[in-house]
Design a protein around this ligand. Sequence first.
Ligand code: FMN
Length: 208
Amino acid sequence: MTKALLISSSALGDASVSNRITAELVAELRRLEPGLQLTARDVGAQPLPQLAPERMGAFAGHAETPPAAETASLSEAVIAEVKDADLLIIGSPMYNFGITSTLKTWFDHLLRAGLTFRYTADGSEGLVTGKRAIVVEARGGHYTDGPAAASDHQEPHLKTLLAFIGITDVTFVRAEKLAISPEEKAASIEAALHEARDVAARFVKVAG
Ligand SMILES: Cc1cc2nc3c(=O)[nH]c(=O)nc-3n(C[C@H](O)[C@H](O)[C@H](O)COP(=O)(O)O)c2cc1C
């Protein structure tokens, strides 16, 4: 039985394209594997507090103040949720060529030396192994190829962050050209929904 963790990071709630596509992905996974266990955290709707001076004791072993204690407990919860999952599903809108600040803050709580990665004499080593990830990206423009490809700081960043903690089996589903025209948007969403269902089927086949 697959344990999936869904991380959503759109500020648009029900109007979000990435939320719509991750919902379809989860629905298809559930259809194919009714026993699927899902944990969901929506950092777009309920952002984690950004790291700030009064919170940093959480990462240095002295979380005496309420803000530091809160960050320590949120970080522990974020890490436990990821470690407990077999499959990580991330909904990632592109904001200003990268991931949203809310998703970045979630990673700030997740990437912790000694817990999710460690430094060795040969460099860093991810400690969150044996997991797969599916990332749904939503973008107004077109970055898969062409002149804007070099401005895609979303997908390479996500690959690096996930690989750093040991998650290298990552599938990306892209909904692009969402801001070009209503027709392009509708076609792109349809194609991404289709792809999400295919990705779900491939995941269940490999997992089974
Ligand atoms: C604050 C903000 C910044 C954005 N920056 C970009 C951008 O740099 N490039 C782009 O292609 N689209 C950009 N967009 C468009 C979003 O990527 C697009 O609306 C997408 O659908 C957002 O995902 P969501 O619908 O899941 O929230 C931006 C949207 C917002 C609200």
